[in-house]
Write a protein that binds this ligand. Structure first.
Ligand code: SF4
Length: 302
């Protein structure tokens, strides 16, 4: 069988090991070298070019429910955490009885153990399954529904995982405590949450004076949203703005910037591109932000 192996950036160093295993089993192996940020980002083009029989996608859980025209096998990459090290979180949540618990796909296999730990320590633990995530308590950079759905029942959120990319997706009006299982430290990300909010508000404000809009439409299978791009273009044109749709697999700020004419970008791809909008040098609005802009502008007119 001809297999295209695909790894996210943080796991590419493991690629050779797995490639050897498949070759040892008699398969023909190709490695996808394109950047990969999530399970939304299946290397379908590469698979078609090499006429692969299957994509093996490592490190993420299934994201797309639709048929993508080629079999995809998802191989999780789990990393065990020391459950007792969660003790570091207890002083931070001592005044909260009801907590929401979340983690990433790397540690989701221990979700029930983490939950039991907090229950043994007197907490009531809540979590649901998000819209795109496959497991209860799993948070993606674009889906914190696991927490959002229980926001009304909890006093605080505990997130287990390294980095702040995933916890910054948790948009709730409750304190969020992030436990890094590698450093065993708890951090407060409220300053980062504030910074993101301001960045997004600032972008909406700047967009008010823009006249020429470009809508970003990604061809990544889990990000491609043509109806949304067409809707944005139609609504912008209806309001008298000039608008074009830019299509790419990935949006490089320099390549986008070379279209000098546009003064505002509307993003229908990964919503977290909006976190990096300073790199684009012009306001970049997700669809929810564009709707906010329309609401403010339309109510100012009426
Ligand atoms: S859309 Fe963005 S945040 Fe969501 S899985 Fe893909 S890369 Fe991650």
């Amino acid at each position: 069988m001809r297999i295209l192996l695909q790894f996210p950036e943080g796991l590419k160093q493991k690629a050779l090991e797995l490639a050897r295993k498949y070759e040892g089993e008699g398969h023909e192996v190709f490695l996808s070298a394109s950047p990969c940020y999530g399970a939304c980002d299946l290397a379908l083009d590469e698979a078609r070019w090499i006429e692969a029989d299957k994509i093996v996608h490592v490190g993420h859980s299934r994201f797309l429910s639709k048929d993508v025209g080629i079999p995809v096998e998802y191989i999780p990459y789990y990393v065990d955490i020391e459950i007792d090290s969660l003790e570091a979180v207890l002083p931070y949540i001592k005044s909260y009885k009801n907590i929401a618990l979340a983690t990433t796909v790397q540690h989701i296999h221990q979700f029930e153990e983490m939950k039991s730990f907090f229950e043994r320590n007197g907490k009531k633990v809540f979590a649901e399954q998000g819209e795109r995530a496959m497991e209860r308590g799993q948070v993606l950079g674009c889906d914190a529904g696991a927490i959002k759905k229980v926001e009304g029942k909890v006093d605080a959120v505990v997130f287990v995982g390294s980095g702040i990319f995933h916890p910054l997706a948790i948009d709730v009006k409750k304190p969020v405590f992030v436990f890094n299982p590698y450093t065993k430290k708890v951090s407060d990300i409220s300053a980062d949450r504030e910074r993101l909010k301001k960045l997004r508000k600032g972008a909406i404000t700047k967009a008010f004076s823009c006249k020429k809009f470009a809508v970003l439409l990604s061809t990544k299978p889990g990000q491609f949203n043509l109806p949304q791009a067409l809707w944005a273009k139609k609504e912008l044109k209806k309001r008298g703005y000039e608008c074009m749709i830019l299509v790419a697999n990935e949006f490089d700020p320099m390549a986008v910037g070379n279209f000098m004419a546009f003064d505002c970008l509307i993003n229908t791809a990964c919503p977290r591109i909006a976190d990096d909008q300073e790199k684009f040098g012009k306001p970049l609005l997700n669809i929810a932000m564009l709707k906010e802009l329309f609401e403010i502008a339309d109510s100012a007119k009426s």
